[in-house]
Structures are given as structure tokens and as C-alpha cells.
Write a protein that binds this ligand. Sequence first.
Ligand SMILES: Nc1nc2c(ncn2[C@@H]2O[C@H](COP(=O)(O)OP(=O)(O)OP(=O)(O)O)[C@@H](O)[C@H]2O)c(=O)[nH]1
Ligand SMILES: [Mg+2]
Length: 522
Amino acid sequence: MVPARLFSARWLTALQGVGRWAPAPRATLQPSQLLLLEPAPRLLSVSCANCAKRQGSPQKKQLSEKKLKRYFVDHRRVLVRGGDGGNGVSCFHSEPRKEFGGPDGGDGGSGGHVILRVDRQVKSLASVLSRYQGFHGDDGGRKNCFGRNGDPLYIQVPVGTLVKEGEDTVADLSRPGEEYIAALGGAGGKGNRFFLANDNRAPVTCTPGQPGQERTLLLELKMVAHAGMVGFPNAGKSSLLRAISNARPAVAAYPFTTLKPHVGVVHYEGHQQVTVADIPGVITGAHQNRGLGFAFLRHVERCRFLLFVLDLSGPEPWAQLSDLKCELEKYQEGLSERPHVVVGNKIDLPEARSHLPKLLGRLGRTLIPLSATTGENLEALLVRLKELRDDHVDSERALSHRPLCWPASLWYQHTLYHLPPTPFTALPTAVALAGLPQEPDVDFTAECPQYPGGRAVVAQASASAPRDELVGRGPSAPFTPGCTEHMGPKGEAGPAVSRRGSEGRPEAPQRDILAQLGVRIR
Ligand SMILES: Nc1nc2c(ncn2[C@@H]2O[C@H](COP(=O)(O)OP(=O)(O)OP(=O)(O)O)[C@@H](O)[C@H]2O)c(=O)[nH]1
Ligand SMILES: [Mg+2]
């Protein structure tokens, strides 16, 4: 039985889809595997405002811009504290007819980290609380029982969250799935079994767990989109975004209708997408806090290119562009020189048509006159946006960077860990983003004195990578941050460095790195 809602919404699309996809041949049939029989016939997602209105789900109630703004928070101060490590235990094995059973106090579990994780579903920092406490590790127990490690505590943040500590920017979480360890959990204490040695067969020493790391971070959201729309209030930015994408910002004939940024996605052939951000209008003197100020310009700061929207029906449309550029420059030097496209909107109005020749004379062919309401000449804008996106992709690839992709591309499987500045982990790990090999060249374990008795698993990204670009990962677990893994139950003490396969000492560059970390090498 086909659900009725399939027909009430976009029945034509649904039926077209049935015709175009077919199951794979039986021999190679995988669950949910489909073969594409013919490519999609439409080259560009071109729609006018009127068509776009019909695409929305009739059941979904639109929230007013005022309500939406209430849920939109773009900066937050947050206190994060990692979980405390559990205490080690001092006790001795006790069994009938077994004298001198030996120490059997287990180690405490490590405290859980507090981790910021980028979630595509989260749109603002409104859901982030002001303080977080990580889960504590459990204490060790008798009979060599180790305490349970505290679970990591995840804080979901939106794409484009900037993490600042004081004046420093410590992480830029601009890709979905990316993670940042905001506060490390404390290492667990050692039980007396750990201190068993040839010259001390009955140690009573045990150590308490270490407290978790505490940090005060400032989270700042900066939208990440390909194109950022800049224009005076009422220029028709939101109407334009509605016309080219499925985003639904409010449109009305009064200034400052838009109170929070909206991001729309323009779809092209081959699943290529360009994201366009609509921000509240900017006016002359915004840098002196006129209108809504220019704080919202932070949301176009990271856009790869700009979309200036001019109202051609206004009295002096040619003055608008220079005023907008002037405000951008006052916000951030060089911002107005980004690759951009200038759009002259409301070409359907007679006064706009009368201004057009003069404006074309000044701006030349860089101006795209169009009408967001009637959809006139929207294709020219879409083609230009695509060209700018392709230029961006080419330039990023030339620099061996990954171009901005929306939504998260599947290849971004690699989790990036920015390690906070502690003695062992004061290592920027941006290398993970740009070309970290799946299997690092070197991989060895080492004892780390900052976490007594803890065993670090250190891997260098590649022999040629700068020294400070390190990531740690365990051989069994995907990653062991902060080297809080315990040594085995035998409690072998003393320095130990072994390469995987235990075939020798680490090479010179790795020795340097370990020395920087304070790891002793035998
Ligand atoms: N005739 C005509 N009117 C338009 C066109 N585009 C937008 N408008 C009208 O201009 C008014 C303002 O449009 P918005 O899209 O809200 O303008 P905005 O730039 O987003 O305004 P703010 O959110 O206040 O910055 C609305 O009444 C629209 O109907 C157009 O192409 N032609
Ligand atoms: Mg608007």
C-alpha cells in the first residue's frame, strides 16, 4: 500500500524516480543497491519564487523570523571540565593456605574527555550549556580489578564553530563529524600492584586519580557557505535565496526582515552544490553599530565568494556597491576583494529598467540584472555561481587543500583530534585534514612520564611531515588521546619504547619527537 502522503506532496517527482532507478542484477545484488539507468535530465536547479513556494511541505508550520532568531545563538562561553581519574587501591591477595599472596590493588579508570563534535543537524549554539563536567573514572578494586574508564561526553556543535581560548583560536570545526577534545579526562591512579618490583615485593603505595582538565572556551559560530549575500535591507536577498534554493527565509516589504543567517543549497548536475548564505541587511554606518551593526558579517567572513545584491529600483543603485564594499572593508580588510558577483535585483520594475543602462556603463558585464520575483535571468546568476565554485575547487586542489563540500562528503571518514595544550599533547593536528595517510608510517608505543605508568601510542603522520604534526592512535582502539592507557596486569615498570613488531629503536626524527614530549627512550 503506497502511503497517501507520497501523492499529496511531490507525486510527479516520486513517479519519475521510480522510472529512473532499477535494482542491480541478481548475482551482485546487495541490500539497498540500485543502479542509475539514465542521468537526471535537468541541468540546473532553476526555479522562480512562485514555484519554490509550492515545494515546501504543507504540513510543516513555518516559524516566524522573530521566533527563529530566538533559537539562533552564534556565540557561547562554556566551562568544560574533564572527568577525574579513579583512585588506585592498595590491598593484598588473601586466600586460605596462601601466605604472602602479593599486592593485588587495581588501577583506577581514566576520566572521560569532554569532546566537541560537529553535527550537521545542529544549526546554532543555542543547545550548548554554559558548563559541562565529564564522567569520572571508577576506582580500582581488589584482585587486580581496574576501574572503569569514564565515558566521553560529547557536545554537539554546528558546522563552522570556532573554538577560542582567551585570544587564541584553538580549533576551527568546519566539517561535519569533526571533533575537538575540549577537556582531557584525568589519568587513573595506580594500585599497589603497579609498584611491585624485585626490591619491593610488598608495596603499599597507591596513587590517587588525577583531576580532569578544566578550560573556559568561547564558541563562536561562523556560517560556512560558498557564497555570502551582502546587500542593503529590502534589496531582495531573501527573495533571491528563495528563488534559487529551497531555503525559506521570511520576505517582507520592510527593512530588517531577516534577523538571522539562512543557508540555501543550489543543486547542479552531478550532485554538485553551491551553498549561499543570506544574512541580515547591512546599512551605511553599520560599523558604527547602525542598523543591526556588522556583527552578522562574521557569517560571510568564511564564504569563498560574495554575492552583492543591489536594489535597482532604489534612487542611486551605483552608490550601493561602493557603500557595501566600504562597510566590508571596515569590518575586515581585504574582505571586499574576494571573488564576487554583483546582482542587480528587481529588474521587473520600470524604474529599475531606467537605471540599468547607467549602472551597466559603470560596472560593465560584471553586473547580472535579474528579478527574484519573476525569475528573469536567474540562469545567468546560477551559471556564474557555478563558475565561481569551480574556480574555488580548482584553486583549492592546486594548493592540495580540500574544497568546501556541502553536506559532509563521504570521504571525510577521518576523525580529527585537536589536542589541547598539555605537556604531552601540545601538538596541532591539522595534518589529519590535509593528507594524513590512513596508516601512518611509524607506529610505536612509549612510556609517558606525564601520566605515570601510562603507555602512549604515538604515530607520526609521515616521515616528511613537520615534527609538531602528530596524532596518537592505539593499535586496537582507533585513538588513544593523552596516553592514559594502562600497562598490563604484570605491571612492568621502567621505561619502555617498542616499535610495532618490536624490531628496534625508533629512528632519529621520532626520537627527537619523543624527547620533546619528555618520553624516556631505552
Ligand atoms: N518587484 C520586485 N520586488 C522584489 C523583488 N525581489 C524582492 N522584492 C520585494 O522586495 C521586498 C524585500 O524583499 P526581501 O527579500 O525581504 O529583501 P531583503 O534584502 O531580504 O531584506 P532584509 O531581510 O530586510 O535585509 C519584498 O517586498 C519583496 O517582495 C523583485 O525581483 N521584484
Ligand atoms: Mg531578508
